[in-house]
Structure formats: C-alpha cells, structure tokens
Design a binder for this molecule. Sequence first.
Ligand SMILES: C[S@@+](CC[C@H](N)C(=O)[O-])C[C@H]1O[C@@H](n2cnc3c(N)ncnc32)[C@H](O)[C@@H]1O
Length: 308
Amino acid sequence: MLPTDSTKTLSFKRCITEGDLVIVYERHDVMKAVQVSEKGVLQNRFGIFKHSDWIGKPFGSKIFSSKGGFVYLLAPTPELWTLVLSHRTQILYIADISFVVMYLEIVPGCVVLESGTGSGSLSTSLARAVAPHGHVYTFDFHEQRAASAREDFEHTGLSSLVTVGVRDIQGEGFPDEFSGRADSVFLDLPQPWLAIPSAAKMLQQDGVLCSFSPCIEQVQRSCETLKSSFTDIRTFEILLNTYEVREGHLPSWQDGDGVLASLKGCKKRQRSTNGQENSRPQTVLARRMGETRGHTGYLTFARLSCIR
Ligand SMILES: C[S@@+](CC[C@H](N)C(=O)[O-])C[C@H]1O[C@@H](n2cnc3c(N)ncnc32)[C@H](O)[C@@H]1O
C-alpha cells in the first residue's frame, strides 16, 4: 500500500478529484500543471474548459471545450512534472535522471541523500523510485528554494517520501545521523569535491555516489578526491536524439534524404489508369528533430570501497 498522499503522483489508475494536480496536455511541448477546483476554469486557444467537467474522469481523459477543441488530462508523473515545474535553478532532465536512477541502483526501500535540491526535478523521480517505504533526504543551503521545493512536494503528493533540509553541504557535510545509512548519494553542487568525504561517511558498504557537473574541470577535481575512498569511478555524458513522429507523404527518390525512416514501410508511387501520377499516399514518418540535444553535464559514478 502506498502512503495515501503519494498516490497522486505514483498511481495512474484513479479518477480526478477536487484538489488534484493534473497536467493539461496540448502537445508534447505545450503542457501545464493545474490544480483542480470545482469552480475553476481553464482558458486556452482551444476554448474554455470547466474543471467541474473533469472531476470523476479517469486520468488520461480527452476533454472537449464548448468550441470542440480538446486537451488531455494526465497524471502528474515525475516525467511530466520535470517538464512543467517552475525553474528556480538549472534542472536535470529525463535522459540524465533515468540514467542516475538506474546507475545509483535505486529501488523501493532505499535511503537516498541529495544536495542541492534546486528545483526538485531529480528529487521527484528519486522519491518515486524509493516508494513506498524508502526515503529521500535532500539538502539545499538556499532557504527559499528549500521552502518552494517543500511546497511542490506537497502539491505532487510526495511529501511523505522526501524531506527537505536547509544546510551548507559543502561546508558542513551531511548530518551525522545518516552516517553509514545511505544506499546512494547524489551531488549537484558547484564544488562537489568538498562534499565527497562526507558522502563517503554516509554511504553503506558498497553504496554508490553520483556527482553531476557541467564542466570537465570539476569532474577531474572530483575524481581526484574520489580516488581515496571509492572504486569503479566512471564518468558519462548522456546525449539524446529525438524523433518527431507524424503523418505525411514520403519523398520521391529525388527528394534527398530529409526523411530518415518510414514506420509503415515504403510504398512505390502509384499511377492511375490514364498514366498520371497520383498524389503519394500518406504514411507515418519519423524525422530526427534538429541536432543531438546539447551537453547538459557529466555524470560521475563511484562505489564506496570496502576498506575505508
Ligand atoms: C543546479 S541546482 C540543483 C538542481 C537539481 N538537481 C534539480 O534537478 O532540480 C544546484 C543547487 O545547489 C544548491 N547549492 C549550492 N551550493 C550549495 C551548498 N554548499 N550546500 C547546499 N546546497 C548548495 C543551490 O542553491 C542550487 O539550488
């Protein structure tokens, strides 16, 4: 059983009720988080939507406005929350987040330490990964950021899984009460090497640490510090290619190589009985969108050595 308030973000199989946070989805790049209230109204380019029509509908419903336009009402999963949250800092995105959760070996029941909290983008996914009985303790030295993150975790229903502390982790290290208790530690700090000795103290035998740094000089300095108590030190840079999937006409053989793949396979150009060329049939196309997404940062992982 999940703690009751965390069912908001962690369960998909329920109906929308008053007070819920929903993600109103127009397109993959146009979404917003809305708190449902009986008297609430949403207005966008597709028309006017009354919240009262949403209550009782399952998450995932397609909802029509009086003008016939529509939006989808989606559950505020960590994946979607990362795309709609208010940016108080730079944040981690899904490609890095998914790699972090996997490589830190985070499973239900884990205790995870994190600093800084920033906008809580990573913390939200960490919380889901440790649910229902694990916990994320996240620290930021910026009081207002910590308070805003706490409010967000209330809204997304994760506050029973995440505790936000105000602390200078580079200066003071993590609190001693976590000594030897953490399964994993994640650092997104300007000088992570200052926090690494404390992180090593917090980790259980063979626990894993990850440090995110935007530049390679920081990585080098962190690795120097990691060498004294960690093993299996490895750095990754995650680069993402996105493909747009849409209906369209296949190019003729003379059209160049703009379209990289057809999901339905190639159909030859058709000719009618009078020998005229028909318009080419519609098919589903996948086209690479622009350049590979640029550099976000380096992820350095290391496992605590058994001999401390
Ligand atoms: C880039 S943000 C973290 C973003 C976060 N990973 C996310 O996905 O939303 C870095 C955070 O570290 C915090 N920070 C910087 N130095 C710190 C320190 N010495 N102790 C604790 N937090 C610190 C900043 O206030 C900032 O909020």
